[in-house]
Write a protein that binds this ligand. Structure first.
Ligand SMILES: Cc1ncc(COP(=O)(O)O)c(C=O)c1O
Length: 451
């Protein structure tokens, strides 16, 4: 870049006010929400970094597409726009629209898997894992060994461990592995990218064993840009060319268009297999809708058709990746422990290292997330012992950045608040559970500070 300042590659045409609260008000609001940020009203949050899913801002072209959406039940031209846009990037023969990513996952695993099967992935996202397990199959994570070391800096920390995959195929047999998945970028592994070399090695191994490879493509554009920046031989290729090359290595994909589809809702499932596509469409009709809308309105299909292409614009990706890295680097330089290097869509603070005096049973991630809200009205999410109980590998707080929503001054504010909380970390207390639901407890749990 010829200049240091990160500028948003857009102007603002329509604004949405955010509401300021005092610390005293936030103390009352947090206590009423039982120290669980999911239970806060969004209007009481100043900067909402809970998720980057479905929270992005749409462009004027997307809004124009919304107005042009054709709501015919069958054969809508909006479906044709959507299908052409998806095929232009992903290249797969069949495109099945779904209402979001997990609906695509449910259909895929219902059609391809049965009890006793094994589905390897670099790291399953939680809905992916749940949908694999729902059909009685085993969801197996095979990340590279360094993926769980927050401080280790590698260009492609999201890669799959190819040797481990080879061993799994030899151990369980290819008949019990109906497909392999590769999640780009690896969300649960810190938003880290997967290299083209790794995708190619996984693809070759799968195809040698006649196992189909599917991508979980949610953040494919961010992944493509990391390849352009970091992988030898890709600097002169466009993000779109890189994405096309990556998807040519697979047999299909699932996608949540709420991420790099730049839309507020939607998703899709793609496959090259005619027989599977027919079965998938039949399941879609049962629960989501007719195959030319799949649970979406025609206007949603138009927004996704445009959004997918916009997510690959280089000006946008340069800003997106630089802005996330800016947040990560500015707090990391001052000693705040984070998962390094900064990922594409989020910064993950290592709450265990941030609060070494708070044991895992006292939920350091929840305590830190609560403090960021109290100090500055920032909402983040714990990814640790509250979310995963005994299966937690790390104690993280994720700050996910919605696409095209916050400006650099908002990001500067987030840096300021995190550094302030860092300066007062010794006085932050752990938390105790007072209520938990039997499953997915983090959404509804009640907690209180340990006195
Ligand atoms: C990697 C990954 N896969 C799948 C999903 C599920 O998508 P959705 O929330 O649209 O169901 C998500 C959502 O966050 C994700 O990050």
């Amino acid at each position: 870049m010829p200049f240091r300042t990160i500028i948003e590659p857009f102007r603002i045409k329509s604004i949405e006010p955010v509401s300021f609260t005092t610390r005293e008000q936030r103390e009352k609001l947090l206590s009423a929400a039982h120290y669980n940020l999911f239970l806060l009203a969004a209007k009481d949050v100043l900067i909402d970094l809970l998720t980057d899913s479905g929270t992005g801002a749409m462009s004027t072209r997307q809004w124009a597409g919304v107005m042009e959406g054709d709501e015919s039940y069958a054969g809508s031209p909006s479906f044709d726009h959507f299908k052409h846009s998806v095929q232009d990037i992903f290249g797969y023969k069949h495109v099945i629209p779904t209402h979001q990513g997990r609906a695509a996952e449910r259909i895929l695993f219902n059609v391809m898997c049965k009890g006793g099967d094994v589905v390897p992935n670099n790291t399953h996202f939680d809905t992916t894992r749940a949908n694999v397990e729902f059909v009685g199959a085993e969801a197996l994570d095979l990340p590279r060994s360094e993926a769980r070391q927050p401080g280790t800096i590698l260009p492609f920390k999201g890669d799959m461990n190819v040797e481990a995959l080879e061993q799994v195929i030899a151990r369980v047999g290819r008949e019990r592995i109906p497909l392999v998945m590769l999640t780009v970028t690896n969300n649960s592994g810190g938003g880290q990218p997967v290299s083209m070399a790794n995708a190619r090695a996984v693809s070759e191994l799968c195809h040698r064993n006649e196992i189909p490879l599917y991508f979980d493509a949610c953040r494919f554009a961010e992944n493509a840009y990391f390849i352009k920046l970091r992988e030898p031989g890709y600097a002169d290729k466009s993000p779109k060319e890189i994405a096309q090359e990556m998807f040519s290595l697979g047999d299909g994909c699932t996608m949540s268009a709420k991420k790099d589809g730049m839309a507020n809702i939607g998703g899709f499932l793609c496959t090259n297999d005619d027989v599977l596509a027919r079965q998938q469409e039949n399941l879609l009709i049962l629960t989501d809708g007719y195959p030319t809308y799949g649970g979406l309105a025609g206007r949603d299909l138009e927004a996704i058709a445009v959004g997918l292409q916009e997510s690959l614009h280089e000006d946008y990706l340069r800003y997106r990746i630089a802005s996330t890295a800016y947040l990560g680097n500015h707090i990391s330089e001052r000693g705040v422990p984070i998962v390094l290097p900064p990922g594409g869509h989020a910064i993950y603070i290592d709450a265990k290292a941030f609060l070494p005096h708070v044991p895992a049973e006292q939920f350091p991630g929840v305590a830190l997330a609560a403090e960021l809200y109290l100090e500055g009205g920032i909402r983040s999410v714990e990814i640790g012992s509250l979310m995963f109980a005994k299966a937690a590998q790390m104690e993280l707080v994720r700050l996910a950045i919605p696409r095209r929503v916050y400006t650099q001054s908002h990001i500067d504010y987030v840096v300021e608040i995190i550094l302030r909380v860092w300066g007062q970390r010794e006085r932050i207390k752990g938390m105790r559970l007072t209520y938990e639901a039997p499953f997915l407890r983090h959404f509804t749990a009640h907690l209180e500070p340990v006195v």
